[in-house]
Design a binder for this molecule. Structure first.
Ligand code: PSU
Ligand code: MN
Length: 305
C-alpha cells in the first residue's frame, strides 16, 4: 500500500484539485476539543460557507474509520462535533489511529500533513500550537512547529494564544526557517488581541503578495510551511487584562491538577472559556471566520500562479 490508499478525498475536492481550483483545508481539533457541541456544528458549517462564498472549496480533515478524510459530509462533521470517543491526533498518532481504526480529530500539525498529501496548499485555523510557557523545564513544544519546519503548507492563523510563550515560539520558527508574515500588520497577534508586544519580520500587504512569497519559497525547493499571522478584527478583540488574568488562572489550575501532554492545550482552552463567561468564545468564532476569508483569498491568488 502507499499513502494514497489511506486518503479519502471527496469527489468534489478531487475535481477541484485536479483542475487547480482554490481549496482551503480546515482542522477538526478545533471542533472536537476546542469548542462545545452544538455551537461547534454551526461553526463548522459556517466556516465552510465562508470559504465557498469566496470561490474556494473547503476541505475539513479528520481520521475516520482508518482513513485520512479530506472533506467531510454532514454526518462526518456531526461525528467530529459530538466528539464522543474522538481522539486528538498529532503527527505521531496518525499511524496508530489509522491502523487501529480509532477516530480522531486533526491538529494543525496533522491537518498540514494531510493537506500536503492531498496536494492542498492553504489551510485556515484559529491559533497554532507552540512553545509552552515553562518549556525550559517541561519541554512541552507543540508538534505543530516541527510540521511548519517540514511540510509545505501555508497556514493562516490569528497568531497564538498567550497560554504559550510567544517569544520562544517565534524564535523556534526562525530557527527552522519558517517565514512569519504579518497580514497587513507589523505585529504578531495574540489570538484574542491584535497585539502581543512581538513584531513580525514582514508585513504582507495583501493575499497576492502572500501567495507570491509562498510560491517563491517552494520554487526554491525550500522545505516547510509559511505562517500567516492575521489579527482578529478590531471590533471583536478582547481586553488584554481580562484575557491575561484568565490565562494565568488557567495555567495555575493546570499545574495544580498535574495536567500534561496532549491534554494541556484542550484543558487550557476550556478553562479560559469558562473563566471569561463565553466572551472569549465569541471572539474565537470571529477570528476563525476572518482567517477562513483570508485563506480563501490566498488560495485564489495561489491558484493563479
Ligand atoms: N490553540 C488554540 N486553539 C486550538 C488549538 C490550539 O488556540 O484549537 C489546537 C490546534 O488543533 C493545535 C493543537 O494544533 O491545539 C495543539 O495542540 P498541542 O499543543 O497539544 O500540540
Ligand atoms: Mn504539548
Amino acid at each position: 500500500m502507499n499513502y494514497q490508499d489511506y486518503l479519502s478525498v471527496t469527489p468534489e475536492l478531487q475535481e477541484a484539485l485536479k483542475e487547480g481550483k482554490p481549496v482551503v483545508a480546515l482542522e477538526s481539533t478545533i471542533l472536537s476539543h476546542g469548542m462545545p457541541y452544538p455551537e461547534n456544528l454551526e461553526f463548522a458549517h459556517k466556516v465552510e460557507e465562508i470559504i465557498r462564498e469566496k470561490g474556494a472549496v473547503p476541505a475539513t480533515t479528520a481520521i475516520i474509520d482508518g482513513k485520512l478524510k479530506v472533506g467531510l459530509n454532514d454526518e462526518e462533521l456531526l461525528l467530529m462535533c459530538k466528539a464522543e470517543n474522538i481522539a486528538k491526533a498529532s503527527r505521531r498518532d496518525v499511524p496508530v489511529y489509522l491502523a487501529t481504526g480509532q477516530n480522531a480529530a486533526t491538529t494543525v500539525a496533522t491537518t498540514m500533513l494531510i493537506a500536503s498529501l492531498a496536494g492542498i496548499r492553504v489551510f485556515a485555523t484559529g491559533g497554532i500550537g507552540g512553545v509552552h510557557r515553562g518549556a525550559q523545564e517541561t519541554m512541552d513544544i507543540s508538534a505543530d512547529l516541527q510540521e511548519f519546519a517540514n511540510t509545505a503548507v501555508c497556514v493562516v492563523s490569528a497568531g497564538c494564544k498567550s497560554i504559550l510563550d510567544i517569544g520562544l515560539t517565534l524564535e523556534y520558527l526562525e530557527t527552522f526557517g519558517v517565514p512569519v508574515l504579518g497580514y497587513k500588520t507589523e505585529e504578531f497577534p495574540a489570538f484574542y488581541s491584535r497585539t502581543s508586544g512581538f513584531g513580525v519580520d514582514y508585513c504582507a500587504k495583501d493575499a497576492e503578495e502572500v501567495a507570491k512569497i509562498v510560491k517563491t519559497k517552494w520554487d526554491l525547493g525550500l522545505k516547510g510551511g509559511v505562517l500567516v499571522a492575521n489579527p482578529i478584527p478590531e471590533e471583536y478583540s478582547m481586553d488584554h487584562e481580562v484575557i491575561d488574568k484568565a490565562i494565568d488562572k488557567a495555567l495555575e489550575m493546570a499545574k495544580e491538577k498535574g495536567i500534561h501532554g496532549k491534554q494541556t492545550t484542550p484543558f487550557l482552552l476550556a478553562t479560559i472559556k469558562d473563566l471569561t463567561g463565553g466572551d472569549s468564545f465569541a471572539s474565537n468564532l470571529q477570528l476563525a471566520y476572518n482567517n477562513a476569508r483570508v485563506a480563501a483569498e490566498i488560495a485564489a491568488a495561489f491558484a493563479g500562479k
